[in-house]
Write a protein that binds this ligand. Sequence first.
Ligand code: AOF
Ligand code: ZN
Length: 404
Amino acid sequence: MSVTPHDESFMAAAIRLSRRHLGRTATNPSVGCLIVRDGVVVGQAVTAVGGRPHAEPQALAEAGAAARGATAYVTLEPCSHHGKTPPCAEALIAYGVARVVISVTDPDPRVSGRGIAMLREAGIEVDAGVLEADGRRSLAGYLTRQTKNRPYVTLKLAVSANGMIGREGAGQVAITGPEARAEVQALRAETDAILVGIGTAISDDPLLTVRTPGLEAQSPIRIVLDPSLALPLTSKLVQTARDVPVIVVASEEISPSGSEEGLSPSALGANPQPISPLVGEMSGRTEGGATLPAAAMDLDSRRTALEAAGVEIVYCNPYHPEILLPALATRGISSLLVEGGAKTARLFLEAGLVDRIQLYQAPVVIGEGGIESPLDATDIPPGFAQTGTQMFGEDRLDEYERGL
Ligand code: AOF
Ligand code: ZN
């Protein structure tokens, strides 16, 4: 049987369903599954929060006996391995499903084609690659971490009518309206981690959490690139570190000897990279590298105070995203939202490590002291294609993506 427009409609529904648990299934992808019998949905499910159970056994349980002879629509190839749960391919076989329609094949080496082979060997008809581009987009974090060993990176910028993202020394400047801000909150809720530079952390004193009612529990991990531990103890980030995790990425040059852990490049087998500071992101930077003379005590007490407040300090060159990102992937972070400021945005753009750009353009004009946006709609880097435009109140969101 060939793929029909009906198949595409059901797959589109499965993809929509899968998005419900984006950012809430840990390192497992959020997969959607529909069981359809004679054109009627008899079971549907999304990977459970936390990653298990997988989507298929839940959808099959809902369908019960109606699954016999039905078609299953799954956004990702059903698993074939005995992991923390039994293989979903076995469950589909056991329930007597006649056909399985898949959007994306699974790059997990434990599955990768074996799920499809198991189904076919059991006499089940399998069609793969249905609405694959949309399916891949819905699985972007999982696929990027699996195949590139780094999180999927979204750069979000809110730009005024005259191309500014803020005003020097003015703290947080409202650029977009409430509708766009609500949309950004929803984006944060489906993202594993959110990252800013120390310049933004100091000048804006942002919270970086999700405040939308009902989604508060879905705040991403907050990460600050802070080479010399300049993050003020009085900042909202530090003050709330016990409620929503904060990771400070400090230079390995200031790592207390012998206590490197977690993200340190040495722990990852990478060579420590020299620091190439970005002017303007360096307030409070301790000079002197290995000797750290007068500031040593100061630094140690800052370290102690930050840790006592619940902040996790990791030592990994903050100016080399190509080192930092694999380290974040190793910690299970599959999606990362870069929210500011201009220098941090440039750092990721210049490293070629942005996968998606969300550019909000607002009618507001920012006058004197404006901070120029690292990009606008006329200079989107090569390799990005526009994938959408939407209005949120008076603000326009243009979205650009690179192929996965
Ligand atoms: C599916 N359906 O809903 C999901 C799948 O650690 P485990 O045992 O849960 O296995 C994780 C792997 O399972 C993950 O890497 C991916 O290959 C697959 N995820 N598979 O059939 C699902 N979430
Ligand atoms: Zn499974």
